[in-house]
Every structure is written in C-alpha cells, then in structure tokens.
Design a protein around this ligand. Structure first.
Ligand code: BJ8
Length: 421
C-alpha cells in the first residue's frame, strides 16, 4: 500500500521509528488512565495503517481526500461533497534538508515540517490527498502554499486579517466559492440536505469534545492533559462518526470518575492551561514536561484544542445560502493570532483561567511564529492586569531544549506553589 502511494519507504521507516517509542515514553507510563483511552492508543498504533487503508478504499470508490493545515478550512463542505477532510499534522522534524532547499532556514517548524513531509514523500496522509486547501492566515504559510502548489493541487482560501463587516463579506464569499470548488473537484453537488447532515455530524464531533473539556473543569481532573491533547489531535483525521462515538464512551467513563471523585493526579496538583500555536502529532513535548513535573494540563487554548471545537455551526439554515452564512460566521469566530485586533483571545484566556480553576498559563509558541510570539505581549499584559501567572515559551520540534524547558517550567511551578500556599 505504501509503495503504491509513492512513499519513500526508507524515510517513512525512519518516521515510524520515531512515533511508537515517543508515544510509549510519553503515554504508556501514565498512571490511572481511563480504560476508554484504549481506542485512541489503537488509532495511534495504526496511525499509518487502518486509517490510510480507509482513505484508499474511499479513493477506490471514486471519493476524494482533501488535506488541510488550518482549522479555518470548513470540513463540513468537503464532507457534504462526499470527500474526506484530513488535518495534516506536521508535528515532526522530518525532511528538513529537502524543505530547506525551497524555504528559508529560519521559518516556523510547522511550515518546514509540511514542506519536508511533502518533498520527502514520508506521510501517507499527505500522499493520499488529492488536494490541499491552504489559507492566507500567516505570511509563511501563505507563501509556502505557492511552493506546495508546484507539487500538488492547492486551493487557497483568503482568510481576512480583521473582522469588520467588509472582512466578513469577503470571508463569506470565500466560503461560498469553496462550495463550488468542492462540487467541481468531487463531481458531486453540495445540496441543502448533504450540507445539513455534514454540519450536524461535525457539530456532533465538536460537541463531544466540548463535553470532554467540560469534564476537565472538575477537581481532581479525571483525565490527563496529554490524553486530552491526543484525542484533540486524532479528531483532525479520524472517521467523524466513529470518533464521536468513542469520545462519548470515554466521557461516560469520565463522568463516573467525577461522580466517585477519581482523578489522574496527586491531590493539590497545579492546574495549568496551555495556550498558543497548534501542537500536532507527535509534538507532545511541553505537555509531557508539564505533567511529568507534577502538574496537570486542564485545557488547551490551541487549534488542537478549544479553538477547534468551542463554537458550532447554527443548524437552522433554511437553504444552502443560509447554511453558508452560518458556516462563515462560525469560522470567523476563531480567534487566531493572525487577526488584529484580537482582544477576544486574551479576554477568553482570563475567562478560561477562572472556569478551569487554573493556577497559571503557559504560552507556548513555535519558533519564528510572528503572530503568536508578538501577541504574547498582549496576553502577558492582560493576564497581569488580572493577576494570572504566565510563563512564555518559544520552542520547536527538536528535543534539544527539553532540559532547559523543564528547568523553566519547574521554576514557574515553584512560584505558583508558593503563591497557592
Ligand atoms: S487558526 S493558529 S491552524 S493559522 S505556527 S504556520 S501561524 S507561523 S498554525 Fe494556525 Fe490556522 Fe491560526 Fe490555528 Fe503560521 Fe504561526 Fe507557523 Fe501557524
């Protein structure tokens, strides 16, 4: 199967040698994990197996696979056109040498990673994609999609940088154009009925993730932050209905834990929110350091986290145009740092700290990510006004800075513990 996808088998083997040991070290040592995590462990063990086979079977039936790197891509529309939308991860340092042939060295690791994955032919998800949908969120990604288009079809969506009425109108027209693009690409019409079902399905996925988030507000937290992040990462590429069903089962188990007061950490453990750039598989570095230092992550203000599922699409549209209105509105509610001004994000962090009874926030940005690194200044200012402790971190996909990060995070925790005492 991998050969038929055109993968570089040697490079792909290297990737597979990285993920299972990293997963074993980060995940399987945790104590008192919910039994229903078994499904998500299985998905990771089959990360380049069963799901890829499902995508290939879909393609063999004439279906299309569409890749995305941003949560601004309306997956409901891909689904309504009979396609499968997969979030491409780009969370590992692979194919760097190839990527640096077409990109500057000093660029965000996520962008370098996706180019490296493509040029190195290492990712079966990427190689399964018939098209990638790009966006004009940050400059690095926007320009990198031009290069990616030399290697495969890329459809660009213009995401505005502000949220004024004229920006909303622009974005609405982009969403409408995307419906037409998907119809032409898949050969299937997007109808009121197919879009209604797709909106309901994806809303179902977002709602079950919100249910999981809600359960994490309890003390003690019934599930670790690492396990929650894993679920949020898998949400990007797993079969929608199966994922929703399995996550609901997990939530049932967690509800029982909450009822009996069972948790995953020591009594009094510090509660931390992580905020910033997305953490794609297999980037578990910072949550692992946090939780192996005795704290628990209770929420992710990330695109692999709350930003992905906190809002749903209104289901009361009476025709296709009203459904497009609802989709455009829901997606433009995402408070990515690519927008200016972006006070909603900082206000939300204050609210989250209170709701999740967090002791502190760790703002974690990928290196060279201008939007998040610069916005960290606003985050710091607002959190200071509300007396919410913050630690700012800038990192990449390498492990070289793990020791230094651990030292800084432990010092932050000492300060939080002293404040709490
Ligand atoms: S909605 S955060 S997924 S754009 S980390 S590539 S911003 S330089 S990923 Fe993002 Fe969509 Fe926004 Fe979310 Fe650029 Fe920053 Fe790199 Fe980034």
């Amino acid at each position: 199967m991998w050969e038929s996808l055109g993968l570089d088998l040697e490079a792909h083997d290297q990737l597979l040698q990285v993920i299972p040991p990293a997963f074993g070290e980060v995940y399987m040592q945790q104590k008192n994990r919910p039994a229903e995590m078994e499904y998500f462990d299985f998905v990771i063990s089959e990360i380049h197996g069963l799901r890829i086979q499902e995508l290939q079977e879909h393609k063999a039936r004439g279906g299309k696979v569409v890749g995305a790197f941003c949560i601004f891509v309306p997956e409901e529309i891909v689904r309504a056109a009979g396609g499968i939308c997969v979030g491409l991860c780009s969370g590992a340092e692979i194919g760097t040498a190839q990527a640096e042939k077409v990109l500057p060295r000093n660029i965000c690791p996520l962008i370098k990673s996706f180019m490296g994955f493509k040029l190195g032919h290492v990712c079966p998800y990427f190689e399964s994609c018939d098209m990638v949908v790009g966006e004009t969120t940050c400059d690095g990604k926007k320009k990198a999609f031009e290069i990616l288009n030399d290697y495969m079809p890329v459809h660009m969506m213009e995401t505005p940088q502000m949220k004024r009425e004229k920006d909303k109108a622009l974005w609405r027209s982009e969403v409408r154009d995307f419906v037409t693009e998907m119809e032409q690409f898949t050969g299937n019409n997007v109808t009121y009925g197919s879009l209604k079902r797709a909106i309901q399905d994806v809303n179902g996925k977002r709602k079950v993730l919100a249910r999981l988030a809600e359960l994490r507000k309890n003390i003690p937290a019934p599930i670790s932050g690492k396990d929650s992040l894993l679920i949020e990462q898998i949400a990007m590429y797993d079969d929608v209905d199966r994922f929703t069903g399995q996550t609901a089962k997990l939530c049932d188990e967690l509800e029982e834990r909450v009822r009996t007061g069972a948790g995953v950490h020591e009594p009094g453990a510090l509660r931390i929110i992580v905020s910033g750039t997305p953490m794609a598989v297999p980037n578990w570095k910072v949550p692992h350091i946090i939780e192996s230092s005795g704290a628990v992550v209770v929420a992710e203000e990330l695109c692999t986290g709350l930003r992905y599922f906190e809002n749903t699409v209104a289901e009361d549209g009476h025709d296709l145009e009203q459904q497009v209105d609802a989709l455009a509105k829901r997606y433009l509610d995402i408070d990515c740092a690519c927008f200016t001004p972006n006070a909603k994000r900082t206000d939300k962090l204050v609210q989250l700290a209170e709701e999740y009874k967090a002791d502190g926030i760790i703002h974690c940005s990928l290196a060279f990510c201008d939007p998040y690194l610069v916005e960290a200044n606003r985050v710091e200012k607002v959190l200071k006004e509300h007396n919410i402790p913050l630690l700012r971190i800038e990192t990449d996909y390498g492990q070289e800075d793990s020791g230094q990060l651990k030292t800084r995070i432990e010092a932050f925790f000492e300060m939080l513990a002293a404040k709490k005492a």
